[in-house]
Ligand binder design. Structure first.
Ligand code: HEM
Length: 456
């Protein structure tokens, strides 16, 4: 039992009222059917019912927080830990022993193992790989070629993460397998989260078999990466070596399962979130030509006759604002859950011990109470003179507090360099047959977008 699970109840919490129920639930499925039918709209409308509301997902009651300050409270109050429907549905993928799902002392130890790879003073070392990959990415296409944004985005996301953090070359075949498997796995996990009907998912139905095959392949890819490194006998100074040589609280080497779960917990969410953001950025470059032109001009003026580099990231101010605004409107991690380990309080309401809580960065980042013209794409809202009025925690695409994404600066640098290099070489046009609508699963991104690349 962890320290977190035995914390005593806050003395005044039980005198507080329960939050109201959101309207629109149906027998058996509760609000789950709305989360399947129109999840984004549903979450955005929840704020009209209150800052904290109760939902029914199948037999479960879930508490939703809809105001930015409560996101901060969920992240910073130790009464809430990683848990709840999202993490339960992800356990089949992420395992129980990786950093993304662990809590308490194990989580702190694991963060200490991985954090050095993402330290600000280490990031410049990844710069040459980011620039090289961004340049190669922008040079892959022929003029007029129709590009499949999903596979291209996964390919580059996996390549950069693998080359920087796992020092693995030649990842294309694995990137393709990961891309195919993750698409199936993340969609299946979303279904399992909103309709938690355990036994149904164990039936030998075609959808379940496809899901199980995809999951097995994901684990196989990770086993291959670990086995190859061990067989090579090499110990480069990277994240994989840090994981393979990590020690537990007693000073003993960590077990095989933990090594496996740690690699999974880093590679798979990293690939899925970065790939989703790249897809959204390509969509922005196609749909917002005036901003695409501005990004291209900025990249030209900063880079000149060379590719933009890590040291240029600070000078790519508009490009950075385009990336941030893209993540505001389409955050890849659009839903997060927590579990209360003690009876506690949120927004003036009683939260019972064991309660599952949920919030949506998508809904928070589009809240008209925080953002003027909330649905408009406006990168200039991130100019220093305008951003100062933004409420705290109104923009948290990488999370907050001790569970904040360790890769925030790494990802922002990579995405800025990539956007600049792509925009200075190409314009993008929509093509028939492209499925541009947003696809909602555990992450958010354009469904199966095809774009024609036109040279500048
Ligand atoms: C955690 C978003 C890229 C590894 C998180 C969380 C968010 C997030 C919101 C916090 C979850 C929570 O509060 O419950 C993103 C976004 C990314 C990105 C938007 C890119 C655009 C990456 C990459 C990696 C990575 C590239 C690794 C290569 C992790 C890990 C955690 C995490 C290991 C768990 C941290 C913990 O629980 O202590 N990410 N992420 N992420 N992310 Fe990222």
């Amino acid at each position: 039992m962890t320290v977190e699970s035995v914390r005593p109840a806050s003395p005044h919490a039980r005198e507080l009222p329960d939050p109201p129920f959101a309207g629109g639930g149906v027998p058996l499925l509760g609000h789950g059917w709305q989360l399947l039918r129109d999840p984004l709209g549903y979450f955005a409308r929840l704020r009209d019912h209150g800052d904290v509301v109760r939902l029914k997902l199948g037999p479960k009651t879930v508490y939703a927080a809809t105001a930015p300050e409560l996101v901060g409270e969920l992240a910073l109050n130790p009464d809430y830990i990683i848990g709840g429907p999202l993490w339960e549905s992800l356990e089949g993928l992420l395992g129980k022993e990786g950093v993304a799902t662990a809590n308490g002392p194990t989580h702190r130890r694991q963060r200490r193992t991985i954090q050095p790879a993402f330290r600000l003073d280490v990031l410049p070392e990844y710069g040459p790989v980011m620039t090289e990959e961004a340049q190669a990415f922008a040079r892959r296409w022929q003029p007029g070629e129709v590009i499949d944004c999903t596979s291209e985005s996964f390919r580059i996301a996996v390549r950069i993460a693998a080359r920087c953090l796992l020092r693995g070359d030649y990842m294309d075949e694995r990137a393709e397998r990961l891309c195919a498997a993750l698409a199936t796995v993340f969609l299946g996990m979303y279904r399992r989260m909103v309709i938690p009907a355990g036994p149904l998912y164990r039936l030998p139905l075609p959808a379940n078999l496809t899901f199980n095959r995809a999951l097995a392949d994901m684990h196989l890819v990770v086993d291959e990466i670990v086995a190859e490194r061990r067989a090579s006998g090499q110990k480069p100074d990277d994240l994989l070596t840090a994981l393979l040589t990590a020690k537990n609280e007693n000073g003993d080497p960590i077990g095989e399962q933990e090594i496996h779960d740690q690699v999974i917990a880093i590679v798979t969410p990293g690939a899925e979130t970065v790939a989703s953001t790249i897809m959204s950025l390509l969509q922005v470059l196609a749909e917002q030509p005036e901003h695409a032109d501005k990004v291209a001009e900025e990249a030209e003026s900063v880079g000149g006759d060379r590719a933009v580099a890590f040291a240029d990231v600070r000078k790519l101010a508009h490009t950075n604002n385009v990336v941030v605004e893209t993540m505001r409107l389409q955050p890849p991690v659009w839903i997060l859950t927590r579990r209360a380990v003690a009876e506690t309080e949120l927004g003036g309401y009683r939260i019972p011990a064991g309660a599952d809580l949920v919030y949506s960065p998508y809904a928070i980042q589009r809240d008209p109470r925080s953002y003027e013209r909330n649905t408009e794409f406006d990168p200039d809202r991130w100019l220093p003179e305008r951003v100062k009025d933004l409420p705290k925690y109104a923009m948290t695409p990488f999370g907050v507090g001790n569970r904040k994404c360790p890769s925030d600066h790494f990802s922002m640098a990579m995405l800025t360099i990539l956007t600049a290099e792509v925009a200075r070489k190409w314009r993008f046009e929509r093509v028939p047959g492209s499925r541009d609508a947003v696809r909602v699963g555990i992450t958010l991104h354009p469904d199966r977008m095809l774009l024609r690349a036109i040279p500048r």
